[in-house]
Design a protein around this ligand. Structure first.
Ligand code: BTN
Length: 260
């Protein structure tokens, strides 16, 4: 399998809920482009913005996202109908869940997990990241940015990425058809986002089942306040629960600085 195999865009449109595709060999960031497309007009949704390679991929906060050929790098623009904008953690966890469940189809014996709130882990290393953004121009659009290391190898990764990340190919020792991986990601995303719109209670059980941090010692930086304790899982709103000596903190946002 060639890691630079082109995407089969026709098949993606025919077999998934995507109705509109914007493909580019190289862009700065698919999320940035998706936000620009929304601002320029109202592209029909669900819209898929996909690229072979990003030159300025973005992560949460000031993080960068290394995205090279062989990776799966895309953004899906959906309507916000039924999605509560206050509960961005829920949408992020639900996307993470969809990606775990999609990747499991290709590596059924491997261990996938969501590292709250927006990372996908494979066998203890980060294999994917999620960046949710809302347009400041058109309120009822949500951009779901997803990066998955598929056929790209950590041997080519920058020094700050290499030690803690992995790819499907590195872990499984084989290359994958990125069109098939993408189609499965989109199938799972459609299903899980529908469940979120319907506020299905089963989602909470699924977030919890995939929560990497449950039972571990964690330190969270929540808007400048450091919270350290044992992770007690996730609540109905998607907040991370962290128990220190005195109380259980609900972390509704923030960055996981350490976990063990
Ligand atoms: C993170 O790890 O903090 C999130 C990474 C999100 C990366 C994806 S790749 C597609 C989309 N475009 C971006 O610039 N970022 C997201």
């Amino acid at each position: 399998m060639n890691s630079r195999e082109p995407f089969d865009l026709l098949r993606i449109r025919e077999e998934t809920f995507i109705r509109n595709i914007s493909f580019h060999h190289e862009v700065e960031s698919t999320n940035t482009l998706a936000l620009e497309l929304i601002a320029r007009g109202q592209p029909p949704t669900p819209l898929l913005v996909i690229t072979d390679c990003q030159t300025a991929g973005r992560g949460r906060g000031s993080n960068r996202w290394w995205s090279t050929e062989g990776a799966l790098t895309f953004s899906v623009v959906v309507d916000t109908d039924g999605l509560n904008p206050a509960h961005v953690c829920q949408a992020s966890l639900t996307t993470g869940l969809a990606i775990c469940q999609a990747l499991e189809r290709f590596a059924p014996t491997r261990d996938f997990a969501i590292k709250w709130p927006n990372d996908v882990f494979l066998e203890g290393r980060k294999v994917g990241g999620i960046l949710l953004e809302r347009s400041s121009v058109v309120e009822d659009r949500l951009v779901i940015g997803i990066g998955v290391n598929v056929n790209n190898s950590m041997r080519e990764a920058p020094a700050d990425v290499m030690p803690w990340a992995t790819s499907l190919a590195d872990c499984l020792g084989t290359k994958f058809d990125r069109t098939l991986v993408l189609i499965e990601c989109l199938h799972q995303l459609e299903r899980r986002i529908d469940e979120l719109r319907r506020a299905e209670a089963s989602l909470l059980d699924q977030w919890r089942a995939y929560c990497l941090l449950s039972g571990r010692k964690v330190t969270i930086d929540m808007f400048g306040t450091q919270i350290s304790g044992t992770c007690q899982g996730i609540d109905e709103q998607g907040a991370l629960l962290v128990r220190d000596g005195k109380k259980t903190h609900r972390c509704v946002g923030g960055i996981v600085r350490e976990f063990s």
